[in-house]
Design a protein around this ligand. Structure first.
Ligand SMILES: Nc1nc2c(c(=O)[nH]1)N[C@H]1C(S)=C(S)[C@@H](COP(=O)(O)OP(=O)(O)OC[C@H]3O[C@@H](n4cnc5c(=O)[nH]c(N)nc54)[C@H](O)[C@@H]3O)O[C@H]1N2
Ligand SMILES: Nc1nc2c(c(=O)[nH]1)N[C@H]1C(S)=C(S)[C@@H](COP(=O)(O)OP(=O)(O)OC[C@H]3O[C@@H](n4cnc5c(=O)[nH]c(N)nc54)[C@H](O)[C@@H]3O)O[C@H]1N2
Ligand SMILES: [Mo]
Length: 768
């Protein structure tokens, strides 16, 4: 490893790497010497920088080019593309944006452009596109995330801003020293800790977990999947039916209350509205006692297991970890609200190693003990257009322009979208119910996409503009959640005519009279220096002394020393609630929330409640398996699915789906079979894996396999490769948050007996 320390660095959401290159091409990536737990996701990018999946020139869908905007939109995904020059592409894009803003107004351009894009502060596709759109009069934007919309909308009503809690999560050293029991709802999968949005210098989740386990930490993994906590942690595995955690948490609350194990003083001083919740627990409000017997019927956990868990949580110092996956469910607000309520009843919020955390190991940063660099970003300007959608309502918006919907106390109207502009995200990966998305996708006149690879999004666009990867440009990585600042050095020439997103947008802005406003006449080097200097200034104010720009560039990275003491979430609030109130209307934890209560939503009342989700094992009939489409261990979402590491994980070329031996036996299936996974919304093929670490009646299939329809352009067609979003429902989590609910999904699996269609996901479209 030592010999690589003189090589340039690059940064990705999955880690930092030393880059070896030769004659303008990258030959290898080597793990960063500061990182003892390098992710294997990164290295394989070298294999796909060039080759058939790489987009080399601007391309226009033929019908669109020949007959103009809105032509044969049902042929998106089947029409061939025509290569054009940059000059032509720029003029077509500028002309179409101009036509749209003049004829329909800027709100008819949807540029929410959700997605993870790449690490690097300057060449961050969303920052670029939003800045550009603001320079040409604005756009309809999106808000919240696919990660945890239900959580990020509910928490400000209950406790405060989720992002602040993620930044100040009680850090692992505090857990190792103080926590007796960590109860992880949704586990703490190390596979997810490989990732950190914006880059990661050192992967620390594994060493932290080991340190805590060696110090005697007991862990309970509450999850349908045993491997959600690493084997070495010797966790107790409790597997309720998926989507029933809220009922389990409420029964834990009931047990604490009825056995007088709760901390009434804490509830009095730091929370409000507990009485209303207690009346629900005891059944005074609805005649149903929410005890362990009740939750046992819902979750199918033995009643004893729930009682024992509640009692052991009250016995010592307990940390509750609430995985983000709990929010990507129907009524996904409730598990976070109920989890916070149980933590409040235990009275340990703000104490070392106690209380609650949101998703330990969901990314490397959650619980990481490091000094974060307050990195500056590219200024976005301001958006004069007021219209937005909760991000996961995209199909609804396209299918129902002018219709009303509820969101967080407001009644809003879907705008009428004519142009969809996407850079740095992949809705054909991330959105639920792709068959419905395909129908919605026919609505806009024009779909414009910046991509570097011929994935399903690019194939379903009208105008495809080829962009660079991080290895083909200079950039700066500082994640607001990671201690490392990295100078990302250009290591290869972009193949073909690929351009940086910045250069693509600069070119278009020239045709729209927005060049000066967009670029401020700075080039890449000038913007990088500008961003660094802003960051250095922000850091100085926080007592972090960053080197001057030239020294930083020469050394290529910088990391401030870690803080002297561990972070304890809400310790100031606990010590002095009058001077450090929470950012809620009462300044306290709101177990009952008058604001939400006033909204009058049947699907999100004023305190945590259990409600049956749309689909769960309690109403399974024709489709008896609960599908968990969780994050993949071998890639980031759909990114690098075409690289060797992800492709090596496929079974018979298809995305693996795991069920336990008895479910396999019942269906006469064996390891390696190609199966058809289906429900009333759609179907995909997958490769069967048998794993006794999967709960009964559950199937696990990661997200991210590139969508590969048997009959392109035809909603309802089988996906040959294994994209689970063929199956997931497209419904808002509630009227409060309208978040995505991918983890609420029932399916059936059967052996696929027909002739096996070859996977074509990684083949480019026809280009004329
Ligand atoms: N069923 C199911 N679905 C899910 C989830 C689930 O758990 N289950 N999880 C959801 C969650 S939490 C999330 S966050 C989303 C993630 O969804 P996305 O963030 O949309 O997924 P990515 O595959 O990361 O998409 C990023 C895209 O940006 C492109 N890209 C990378 N760098 C650049 C660049 O520099 N410029 C440009 N123009 N493009 C670039 C990549 O090629 C890729 O196509 O998925 C959601 N979907
Ligand atoms: N390697 C890798 N890491 C990633 C990502 C990636 O694409 N690849 N994506 C990143 C992103 S964008 C995000 S938002 C985070 C997401 O972080 P998480 O939401 O934590 O990720 P998941 O893997 O979807 O879910 C974690 C586990 O929750 C369990 N689970 C699902 N449903 C239920 C349920 O109803 N009850 C219980 N008790 N458990 C349940 C599943 O078994 C699953 O393995 O991950 C990040 N980390
Ligand atoms: Mo996410």
């Amino acid at each position: 490893m030592k010999k690589h320390t003189s090589l340039p660095l690059t940064s990705a959401h999955w880690g930092t790497y030393r880059v070896e290159s030769c004659n303008g091409k990258v030959s290898a990536l080597h793990g960063f010497e500061q990182d003892d737990d390098v992710s294997p996701i990164g290295a394989g990018i070298t294999e796909v920088l060039e080759g058939p999946t790489r987009i080399l020139a601007p391309a226009i869908r033929r019908s669109w080019l020949e007959s103009g905007p809105g032509s044969c939109t049902h042929r998106r995904g089947t029409d061939p593309f025509v290569s054009v020059s940059w000059e032509t592409a720029e003029k077509l894009v500028a002309g179409e944006l101009d036509r749209t803003r003049k004829k329909f107004g800027n709100q008819a351009i949807y540029a929410g452009s959700y997605g993870w894009a790449s690490a690097g502060r300057f060449h961050h596709a969303q920052s670029q596109i939003h800045r550009f759109m603001n320079c040409i009069g604005g756009y309809t934007r999106s808000r919240d995330t696919y990660s945890f919309a239900a959580g990020e909308v509910i928490l400000p009503h209950v406790m405060g801003n989720l992002y602040a809690f993620l930044a100040f999560t009680t850090s692992w050293p505090s857990i190792a020293r103080n926590t007796d029991l960590l109860v992880a709802f949704g586990g703490m999968p190390l596979k997810n800790g490989q990732i950190n949005s914006g880059g990661v210098g050192r992967h620390t989740q594994q060493e932290n977990l080991r340190m805590a386990v060696e110090a005697g930490l007991q862990i309970v993994n509450v999850s349908p999947i045993r491997s959600d906590v690493a084997d070495f942690a010797n966790a107790q595995w409790i597997a309720p039916r998926p989507n029933t955690d809220t009922a389990v948490l409420i029964a834990i609350a009931h047990t604490l209350y009825s056995e007088n194990l709760h901390d009434q003083e804490f509830l009095n001083r730091y929370t409000c509205g507990f009485e209303r919740f207690a009346a629900y627990l005891t059944g005074r409000t609805d005649g149903v006692v929410k005890n362990a017997t009740w939750a046992s019927r819902i979750s199918q956990l033995p009643q004893r297991e729930i009682l024992d868990l509640a009692r052991s949580m009250a016995r010592g110092r307990t940390m509750i970890s609430l995985s983000w996956s709990l929010t990507r469910q129907d009524h996904g607000e409730q598990a976070f609200w109920a989890g916070v309520t149980v933590a409040a009843m235990l009275g340990q919020i703000g104490l070392p190693g106690g209380g609650v955390g949101f998703g330990y190991s969901a990314t490397n940063s959650v619980g990481d003990h490091g000094t974060k660099i307050p990195g500056a970003s590219l200024p976005q300007g301001s958006n004069p257009v007021q219209t937005y959608i909760p991000v996961a309502r995209i199909s609804d918006m396209l299918l129902h322009p002018g219709e009303r919907y509820s969101y967080n106390g407001e009644s809003r109207i879907y705008p009428d979208i004519h142009v969809v502009y996407w850079a740095g995200g992949n809705p054909f990966h991330h959105h639920q119910d792709i068959n419905r998305l395909l129908r919605a996708w026919q609505k806009p006149d024009t779909v414009i996409v910046h991509e570097w690879c011929w994935n399903s999004l690019a194939k379903h666009a009208d105008i495809v503009l080829p962009c660079t990867t991080t290895l083909e440009r200079n950039d700066l990585a500082f994640s607001p959640r990671d201690p490392f600042a990295v100078f990302m050095e250009k290591a290869a020439e972009a193949p073909g005519q690929a351009r940086n997103d910045y250069d693509i947008l600069s070119g278009i802005s020239r045709h729209m009279g927005a060049y000066e406003a967009f670029t401020e006449e700075r080039n890449e080097a000038e913007w990088l220096k500008w961003i660094y200097m802003q960051t250095r200034e922000n850091s100085r104010k926080r007592g972090i002394s960053m080197p001057d720009y030239d020294s930083f560039r020469a050394k290529r990275w910088f990391a401030p020393p870690p803080p002297d003491t561990p972070t304890i979430l809400l310790d100031a609030f606990r010590k002095d609630p009058d001077n450090y109130p929470l950012k809620t209307p009462s300044g306290k934890i709101q177990i009952f929330c008058p604001t939400i209560d006033r909204f009058g939503y049947a699907d999100c009342p004023g305190h945590p409640v259990w409600m049956e989700p749309l689909e769960w094992l309690g109403n399974a009939d024709q489709f008896p398996l609960h599908l968990i489409s969780n994050q993949p261990s071998t890639r980031l979402h759909s990114q690098l699915d075409h690289a060797p590491y992800s492709r090596a994980s496929k079974v018979n070329g298809r995305e693996p789906i795991a069920i336990n031996p008895s479910e396999a036996r019942r269906r006469g299936l064996k390891h390696g079979d190609v199966v058809r996974v289906h429900n009333n919304r759609g179907a995909c093929l997958a490769g069967l894996v048998i794993d006794d670490g999967i709960r009964n009646s559950v199937a696990q299939m990661s997200t991210g396999a590139w969508f590969d329809p048997l009959e392109p352009g035809t909603p309802g067609s089988l996906c040959k490769h294994g994209n689970p979003n063929m199956l997931t429902p497209d419904k808002g989590s509630s009227q409060l948050s309208q978040g995505p609910i991918a983890q609420t999904c029932l399916v059936e699996i059967e052996k696929f007996n027909g002739p096996l269609p070859p996977v074509t996901a990684f083949e480019p479209p026809q280009i004329l």
